[in-house]
Design a protein around this ligand. Structure first.
Ligand code: MG
Length: 303
């Protein structure tokens, strides 16, 4: 996710926290520790226990919140305007400080509760705008059902004393590919085609030839890993078309086994894998039997 959208999220989060904090503060503002009847309040007043009082004036009544001398606890009571005048005199006579203000807590609560959906909606719209501007939604604008095509190519030198493995099948031949793994040229090109179609780099990204874990590794393992990555991205293999180029040996008779091995590694039906063989007509290194190469095109579709 891009930085602007993270910033927008953070701002929205803190706005929500501050908003909730203000709302809670206003709800609890001037709330006494204990609410008592008026008669009990008078007793406290007569006993000279009130050190400070705050009167909140509303339309029809006055809410009194008083702080007690001994304990600093606050008590609250409601009085009518009829007795309020006399009460102020008694408070002052008792040496208590008196503050008078308008009752606003209710107004604030109503305002905040009504404004909450609007504030959240505006915040959410700003958040969406940031996301669209930052391009974070770009992937969802692509057609999820679109076909993806990848191309893969590989070449290995052939040397005596190496085992020839093509498409996961060992073939009887006097030469084999030089490579860090088993040198399966078809599996490597196929792996690159799949990763390319999925936009996941290439085989070297996932299985570097400097890693001792892949020394003489069975290349079908690379295909199994590629299949897992495709699955995680909701991509399925639609079709694989491959050409293996080598002068010798004849590959056609081994294709059924290769298709079986590859289809098992990729978890797809064998009829989705199409293999072809070519020679290089005696031309260049492949033609002289010094190398083997493969080209693969893979087609993927969203599941
Ligand atoms: Mg290779």
């Amino acid at each position: 996710m891009s930085v602007p959208s993270v910033t927008a999220k953070t701002i929205l989060f803190w706005i929500s926290i501050i908003f909730l904090g203000v709302m809670l503060w206003k709800l609890n503002f001037s709330k006494p520790d204990q609410t008592i009847p008026y008669t009990e309040f008078l007793q406290l007043l007569d006993g000279n226990q009130v050190s400070e009082a705050h009167a909140y004036l509303s339309a029809n009544s006055v809410r009194l919140v008083a702080t007690l001398r001994q304990t600093s606890r606050t008590v609250g009571t409601m009085v009518t305007y009829g007795v309020f005048s006399e009460l102020t005199d008694r408070l002052r006579a008792g040496g208590a400080t008196l503050r008078i203000s308008e009752e606003r807590a209710g107004d604030w609560t109503i305002f905040l509760l009504n404004a909450a959906p609007l504030i959240l909606l505006v915040g959410f719209c700003l958040f969406l705008m940031k996301r669209v501007q930052s391009g974070a939604w770009r992937p969802s604008q692509t057609n999820p059902t679109a076909t993806r095509i990848g191309i893969g190519y590989d070449l290995h030198r052939l040397e005596s004393g190496r085992t020839l493995v093509i498409g996961g099948v060992e073939l009887p031949f006097e030469k084999g590919p030089v490579g860090h793994s088993d040198g399966d040229v078809l599996a490597h090109a196929l792996c690159d085609a799949l990763l390319g179609a999925a936009g996941l780099g290439d085989i070297g990204t996932h299985f570097p030839d400097t890693d001792p874990r892949w020394k003489d590794a069975n290349s079908l393992m690379f295909l199994e890993h590629a299949k897992k990555l495709l699955g995680e991205r909701g991509l399925a293999i639609e079709h694989v078309d491959a050409v293996v180029i080598t002068e010798k040996p004849k590959l056609g008779p081994h294709f059924p086994k290769m298709r079986e091995a590859l289809s098992q590694a990729l978890g797809v039906a064998a009829d989705k894998i199409h293999l072809k063989a070519k020679t290089n007509e005696g031309v260049d290194a492949i033609g002289r039997g010094e190398a083997i190469a493969a080209h693969v095109v893979a087609t993927l579709a969203a599941r």
